[in-house]
Design a protein around this ligand. Structure first.
Ligand SMILES: NC(=O)c1ccc[n+]([C@@H]2O[C@H](COP(=O)([O-])OP(=O)(O)OC[C@H]3O[C@@H](n4cnc5c(N)ncnc54)[C@H](O)[C@@H]3O)[C@@H](O)[C@H]2O)c1
Length: 253
């Protein structure tokens, strides 16, 4: 028996690295999936690559409530229900100390990573089946501080607050809400941050970061997807309100 047979999922940031690979895993486990992203070309390509009748897309800006309502309605129209919500869209902002951090970029990171996550839960919950599962993408940046990415750190800590509040509010309907907290993942978002940490020396910045991780490497997007699958499926049926760290030991030091 597949783990997500007959289940319907929404994945925001669905055209991105972690979102798309999670969609692939969900489809393999029998789910039907609505991909949501800002980038329509990337969404079309993702749907082509994933293939089949069980994946569709809805282009949306997760920070705008009318767009959020639209992707929720599109999911119910296409697949009839919602069982799982991977609340995953996010942006990294820029690399600058707080004193030099552009205020408009701070607002943008908060709009996407915080308001987007909150709006998603606000509009998905009324349409979600009892017994559903919501998984929020936070980060190790939602547990620890680190220099020069204050908007991202602030936003990913806020995701924990949204997760905890929603876990308590949704529990009477047996809907579970958790967050995932990866250390650096080997993909484009980290390439952008490495370039910000050490302009022109991204490879050296990567090596330095890897040396801070007890298991000695970045996470692979597939490894995050496997944790999300566990939280989405009934294998985690008594887990709610938790911060699931997946960081190769980074945060225990
Ligand atoms: N890459 C990492 O090292 C890492 C580590 C920890 C946590 N995360 C978190 O995981 C999540 C997924 O990141 P990823 O690594 O797959 O990066 P990614 O950049 O590949 O994916 C993010 C996706 O979100 C989409 N997006 C951005 N703004 C949007 C908006 N306003 N509305 C809708 N979609 C929007 C982007 O178009 C992109 O496809 C993010 O929340 C990120 O903060 C990433």
């Amino acid at each position: 028996m597949k783990k997500l047979e007959n289940k319907v999922a929404i994945i925001t940031g669905g055209a991105g690295s972690i979102g798309q690979i999670t969609a692939q895993l969900f489809l393999e486990e029998g789910a039907r999936v609505m991909l949501v992203d800002l980038n329509e070309d990337a969404l079309q390509q993702a749907v082509r690559e994933l293939g089949g009748e069980n994946v569709k897309y809805s282009a949306a800006d997760v920070s705008k409530s009318e767009d959020v309502r639209r992707y929720v309605d599109a999911t119910v129209k296409a697949f009839g229900k919602i069982d799982m919500f991977f609340n995953n869209a996010g942006i990294e902002g820029v690399v600058k100390p707080i004193t030099e951090y552009p205020e408009d970029m701070f607002d943008k990171v908060i709009a996407v990573n915080v308001k987007g996550a909150w709006l998603g839960i606000k509009h998905v919950l009324p349409q979600m089946n009892n017994g559903g599962s919501i998984i929020n993408s936070s980060s190790i940046a939602g547990i620890n501080g680190s220099p020069n990415v204050s908007a991202y750190i602030t936003s990913k800590h806020a995701v924990v607050g949204i997760m905890r509040a929603a876990a308590v509010e949704a529990a009477p309907r047996k809907i579970r809400v958790n967050s995932v907290h990866p250390s650096p993942v080997d993909n484009q978002m980290m390439r952008s941050l490495e370039e910000g940490f050490a302009p022109g020396q991204a490879e050296a910045a990567k090596k330095e970061l890897e040396n801070t991780i007890p298991l000695g490497r970045y996470a692979e997007p597939e490894e995050i997807a496997q944790l999300v699958l566990f939280l989405a499926s009934d294998d985690s049926r008594f887990i709610t309100g938790t911060t699931q760290v997946i960081d190769g030991g980074l945060s225990v030091q």
